[in-house]
Design a protein. Structure first.
Length: 283
């Protein structure tokens, strides 16, 4: 990898160019409707991250529980419930921050598709409630889930020298969502996902992650769920659009070093964030 954007991402275990690199473990795991088993999966992912001294672990959307037929109120757990409590305990024990999808109780019989961010001390840093529900390709997520507020403050998590902006899955198709977390300081866009399989879906997933990275001169990480009916294929893209990591459709865990100097170099060469003439206003 020769240019500044590609050098923002290293995947061979060596330190990237600079002393402020952030080590991130991408956990492309299979998730079932067995919540106890899923907490074991999360614990195993933490152990994998700890073995390579990662600073951040990213799990997919719906990591607490998933049903191909649809996730709803029957899968919901409160923030004080066992899944998030388990994440906080593991983060504290290993000193590793984590971003993971879960399902929270909602209102009127529906639930909330959410992503939690927990810092390396085990403190809940914030919650993102999915704004764009997946009412597309013959699926109606809104029948079972209620959307988050579009004007809620963006969720960003500082880990080392980088700021990670949190979105999820279908949000990837809405570039204004990414721009909003970048405006909140994000250097890295993180999309925990259960990207439903289908014609051209894997190609669209990759292309959209590259687009979000390029237009925001940011690293983009899409962490896909593995298993039947979803694509897997987690992808990490540098701020110049170069793919630095791409997994297959099977469960896999990989670790990368992200270099803030690479992001800064791309943004200096292409100051498109400074040159733009429009702002994002939620409605």
């Amino acid at each position: 990898m020769a240019d500044a954007g590609a050098d923002a991402v290293h995947r061979d275990g060596r330190p990237a160019s600079g002393s402020e690199t952030v080590r991130v473990t991408v956990a492309q795991v299979a998730v079932s409707d067995d919540h106890v088993a899923n907490r074991v999966v999360a614990a195993d992912a933490f152990r994998s991250a700890a073995r390579v001294h990662a600073e951040l672990l990213v799990l997919p959307e719906y990591a607490s529980g998933y049903d191909r037929g649809g996730v709803g109120a029957e899968h919901a757990e409160p923030l004080e419930g066992p899944f998030v409590a388990n994440l906080r305990r593991l983060a504290r024990e290993h000193g590793i921050a984590v971003i993971a999808g879960t399902t929270l109780p909602g209102s009127s019989g529906r639930a909330v598709n959410a992503v939690v961010a927990v810092d390396g001390a085990g403190e809940l840093a914030g919650v993102y409630r999915k704004v764009h529900l997946y009412d597309a390709f013959g699926t109606r997520e809104s029948d079972r889930l209620e959307p988050g507020q579009a004007d809620a403050p963006p969720l960003v998590l500082r880990v080392g020298a980088l700021t990670f902006g949190v979105l999820t899955c279908y949000d990837l198709r809405f570039p204004e969502s990414a721009r909003r977390v970048v405006d909140a300081g994000a250097d890295v866009l993180v999309y925990p996902s259960a990207w439903v399989a289908g014609p051209l879906k894997a190609e669209q997933w990759r292309t959209l992650l590259q687009a979000r990275a390029i237009e925001n001169t940011s690293i983009a990480i899409g962490v896909g769920m593995a298993g039947k009916g979803v694509t897997g294929r987690s992808v990490l893209v540098g701020p110049d659009g170069v793919v630095g990591l791409e997994l297959g459709d099977k469960p896999d865990i990989r670790t990368v070093d992200l270099d803030p100097a690479g992001v800064a170099a791309v943004r200096a060469a292409n100051p498109s964030l400074e040159n733009r003439r429009y702002t994002v206003v939620p409605r």
